[in-house]
Design a protein around this ligand. Structure first.
Ligand SMILES: [Zn+2]
Length: 164
């Protein structure tokens, strides 16, 4: 996977109108979509009435759809804070995973998500991958207790040379 002009090359792209302004992403925020199927979750994020969006959606089959360039400010975090920052939409790339909230994530879906995160981390100065629950505690629970953090947390660990 590679990124060109803030987009994943070779990935389905459907641009959401639900975005405003540009950002320089330093975090990735993981979410679940709570939707019954991938199509309805994507349609909702493309609908101006929803006022929500994320940069990436990943279906249970592992299909990746991009909805906005990575330097666009999407609307996935809501009221949020982390390490002195507020409104994390201004600093983060949002990834929605198809999951009703209590389901196990599929292997294909997690493989795709790891690949997307690795590609983003190679391209932007990402400090951490966080859950929506980390930046909106008490208000949000996603990506939930089924999310395999052990596959994602090491991706932003720095070695002794200070490189990722
Ligand atoms: Zn969320």
């Amino acid at each position: 996977m590679e990124i060109s002009a803030h987009r994943l090359v070779g990935v389905s792209y459907q641009e959401t109108p639900n975005k405003k302004g540009t950002i320089r992403p330093i975090y990735i925020i993981m979410h679940y979509d709570e939707a019954s199927n991938a199509t309805s979750a994507i349609s909702w994020m493309l609908d101006t009435k929803s006022n929500v969006s994320a940069h990436i959606h990943i279906s249970r089959e592992g299909t990746v759809t991009q909805l906005a360039p990575f330097n666009a400010k999407c609307w996935h975090a809501g009221i949020s804070f982390w390490k002195g920052l507020r409104d994390l939409n201004k600093y983060s790339i949002g990834i929605e995973l198809q999951n009703k909230g209590t389901e196990f994530y599929t292997e294909k879906q997690i493989e795709s998500a790891v690949e997307v995160c690795k590609t983003i981390i190679a391209h932007y100065p990402i400090k951490e991958i966080l859950g929506h629950s980390d930046i909106a505690p008490g208000r949000k629970e996603d990506p939930g207790t089924r999310f395999p953090w052990m596959k994602f947390k090491p991706l932003t660990k720095r070695d002794d040379n200070g490189t990722t």
